[in-house]
Design a protein around this ligand. Structure first.
Ligand code: SF4
Length: 300
């Protein structure tokens, strides 16, 4: 929580007023009670991920976990928001991210890791699992295998034992051993700072590649998981029918200076405030900007 964050947005009035009229009227700072919902302290809680926009399913048949070449993907034009939702103005987008940054200037991911390799492994393990669940398993795993070489030496069976509390652990163990071998054979045992090379690794899809590019290499890319997907569509900020489309919409509207942390701000907002079943609109930082017609400003 940064200092000087004492002003309270008028949640009720602001939330019910048209966004265009209230952008400049919201506090430049946050009340302490609200700010706690936007800081790293909330990283302790996680909820199961739905899987609707998680890892792309790869190589569902057969037992091979060989790398597949990454395909160049042509991004569709961003979808317009649903008819009921008006498009955000650049000033409103700027204001929303200004508030996210004021509340949490240096957001961090919730997956425990030490370096690019352990981040990559943690993200692969997190597909359709909770970050909390992954964080319970990885300390023991990384104590014995924190490099591709050690992971290969550990072997698939022992790896399975160490991650068996995580969903889909058999498939994940297979992919982790295969991707560790690929890192040794093709990248000198290092995680490549390259999207295509990352996506070619077993078990690594676009979202995982984006998380690694952002978290390990500081690239201003925005990984779209189930929370980011929901927030982008529900608010009308960056609509899209697929995670890939939403990613493109976010790329188009988020100012450059906010892209480095946009993924974390949106994921934390979706996980702890703009929740799937019961969004807490009453303590939402951007309730005056949000276009969702069903917001309940009494919900905190
Ligand atoms: S919690 Fe979500 S739906 Fe509610 S006002 Fe905030 S962004 Fe909109």
């Amino acid at each position: 929580m940064p200092p000087g964050t004492g002003e309270t947005p008028d949640a009720g009035g602001a939330g019910s007023a048209p966004a265009e009229n209230t952008v400049g009227s919201i506090a430049s700072a946050l009340p302490s009670v609200m700010a706690t919902d936007y800081t790293g302290t909330m990283a302790r809680k996680t909820i199961p991920r739905g899987g609707d926009s998680r890892q792309p399913k790869r190589r569902s048949s057969g037992s091979r976990a060989a790398p597949a070449p990454a395909k160049a993907r042509r991004r569709p034009a961003p979808s317009p928001p649903p008819a009921a939702l008006t498009t955000w103005t650049p000033g409103e987008v700027e204001e929303a991210f200004r508030r996210f940054r004021a509340a949490n200037p240096a957001p961090r991911g919730e997956l425990a890791h030490q370096d690019p390799f352990t981040l990559l492994i943690a993200v692969v393990l997190s597909a359709q699992a909770t970050d909390a669940g992954v964080n319970k398993a990885t300390p023991k795993l990384f104590a014995v295998a924190d490099t591709p070489e050690k992971m290969v030496a550990l072997g698939e069976l022992r790896l399975r034992e160490l991650i068996k509390t995580i969903g889909l652990y058999r498939t994940k163990a297979k992919n982790i051993i295969a991707l560790s071998r690929a890192l040794i054979a093709e990248h000198g045992g290092r995680v490549p700072h390259d999207r295509e090379a990352l996506e070619a690794l077993p078990g690594v899809g676009r979202k995982t590649a984006n998380v690694v590019l952002n978290g390990a290499f500081g690239e201003p890319v925005i990984a779209v998981d189930t929370h980011v997907f929901r927030v982008a569509n529900r608010t009308g900020l960056a609509p899209g029918k697929t995670p890939f489309e939403v990613e493109g919409s976010l790329e188009a509207v988020v100012p450059e200076k906010y892209k480095r942390h946009a993924h974390h701000w949106l994921i934390l907002h979706g996980r702890y405030v703009c929740k799937a079943l019961k969004p807490a609109c009453g303590r939402c930082l951007i309730n005056d900007l949000c276009r969702w017609p069903d917001k309940n400003l009494l919900s905190v």
